[in-house]
Ligand binder design. Structure first.
Ligand code: PLP
Length: 424
């Protein structure tokens, strides 16, 4: 690799995915396209999203409620457009994926189905400092069940002086909790450090002691390769507005392993949209679930949100997930290389990378712990139209995503950081 604009532009010319940037609306800052490294927070808007939403609005205008059954795309079957491409992204069978609700809601629903405290088996293992919404979900869900969160939750943290959680420590905690363990509910990729976890190993360890295992994939879906079915994961949920570009407040999704679809003992909170499709409108007493992940749906979904998600999933399918992952790796590898160069010029390290270095242990996000000038760097970048995000106390998170970011942008980012730090 080389630290030069010409080299970065060369990488862009050789990039087989370069044309996908044109599928997105890039926000403008002072008349110039922003350098937008916030795809881990709110993915950019695909140009085709408006058209897909407009089709739904047209259908509504034309057919009213009959739109569920009439028109080019009857709403009753719209969900079918989404599950296949989404199942490819998360490594599931299409019938194991359901597009519904939003992430935190789905986490509560999955707790209903997969957390059954009984006797001494009642502990839950999770990440220390999980995303706040996940923490509030645990706290209130456990209180609702009459349990003490402080007693039930076992948090695994990085060792003192370290930033990442060691797999050995997770596995050891699982096996030593043994038959007191009911559930492992972990993140696929930590939102703060960008650490990717070995979901296969964690699932295996949980099952070995008779516990269930699920993942929050908010930062993993659309970012890293996932093989939920082959890893034998019990359930997972994610949001679709981060790497998946389905828009603010986008409809979320869940994966539920097929072994539970017709399990008569599985508990759930039900609604009419999860009812067997053939007889749903007979409106009979007694809940009869659809024999797939769709059986977990509660309410009538919004075709407008479906349409926005369909637009983004189509782009993923056209680009191909393997190619996306490959470019994502290269983008972050190039960024790490350039940041290392900055540190090498300084007498004391200025930027500590708290994201693991291994190709398989990071996704698109690189987290920079700033030992000097953190806030100053962050604010100067924003003024220059380069947008990353700031996490207290002193971390800048940068996500260069393969669908619309360029190597040139990575170089410009690092070059700006260098100039701000050394005041040149
Ligand atoms: C983004 C994110 C959320 C947000 O949840 P919503 O219900 O979609 O608002 C929750 N958990 C994690 C780990 C996240 O990264």
């Amino acid at each position: 690799m080389q630290n030069s604009l010409a080299y970065a532009q060369q990488l862009d010319r050789e990039d087989p995915l370069q044309q996908f940037r044109q599928e997105f609306i890039i926000p403008v800052h002072n008349g110039q396209e922003q350098i937008y490294f916030l795809g881990n927070s709110l993915g950019l808007q695909p140009k085709r999203t408006a058209r897909y939403i407009d089709q739904v609005l047209q259908q509504w205008a034309t057919y009213g409620v009959e739109s569920f059954f009439l028109g080019d795309d009857p709403w009753m079957h719209y969900h079918d457009h989404l599950v296949k491409p989404l199942a490819n992204i998360v490594g599931a069978k299409p019938e194991e994926v359901v597009v519904m609700n939003q992430l935190t809601v789905n986490l509560h629903l999955m707790m209903v189905s997969f957390y059954h405290p009984a006797g001494k088996r009642r502990k839950i293992i999770c990440e220390a400092k999980a995303f706040p919404s996940d923490q509030y979900m645990f706290e209130t869900h456990l209180k609702f069940l009459g349990l003490d969160p402080g007693e039930v939750l076992i948090e695994v943290a990085p060792r003192p002086g370290e930033h990442n959680i060691r797999l050995d420590d997770i596995i050891h905690t699982i096996s030593s909790t043994g038959d007191e363990l009911a559930l492992v509910l972990w993140g696929g990729l930590n939102y703060y450090t960008g650490q990717v976890f070995d979901m296969s190993a964690i699932t295996h360890a949980a099952h070995a002691v008779g516990a269930k295992c699920g993942f929050d994939l908010a930062h993993a879906a659309g970012n890293i390769a996932l093989h939920l079915h082959n890893w034998n994961v019990d359930f997972a949920c994610w949001c679709s507005y981060k790497y998946l570009n389905a828009g603010p407040g986008a409809i979320g999704a869940a994966y539920i392993h097929e072994r539970y679809h017709t399990d008569p003992n599985i508990r759930r909170f039900a609604g009419w949209w999860g009812y067997d499709k053939a007889t749903r409108f007979a409106m009979q007493k007694g809940f009869k679930p659809i024999a797939s992940a769709e059986g977990w749906q509660l309410s009538t979904p919004s075709p407008i949100l479906y349409a926005a998600h369909r637009a983004s999933l189509e782009i993923f399918a056209e680009a191909g997930f393997d190619r996306l992952r490959q470019k994502g790796r290269l983008l972050s590898a190039y960024l790490l290389y350039l940041l290392d160069e900055i540190n090498a010029r300084a007498s004391t390290p200025i930027i500590e990378i708290i994201t693991p270095r291994g190709d398989e242990s990071r996704g698109c996000q690189v987290s920079m712990l700033m030992h000097q000038k953190g806030r100053e760097v962050f604010e100067a970048l924003g003024k220059a139209g380069i947008f990353a995000d700031w996490r207290e106390p002193n971390v800048i998170r940068v996500a260069a995503v393969p669908l619309y970011n360029r190597f040139e942008e990575v170089w410009r980012f690092a070059d700006s950081v260098r100039r701000i730090i050394f005041a040149v």
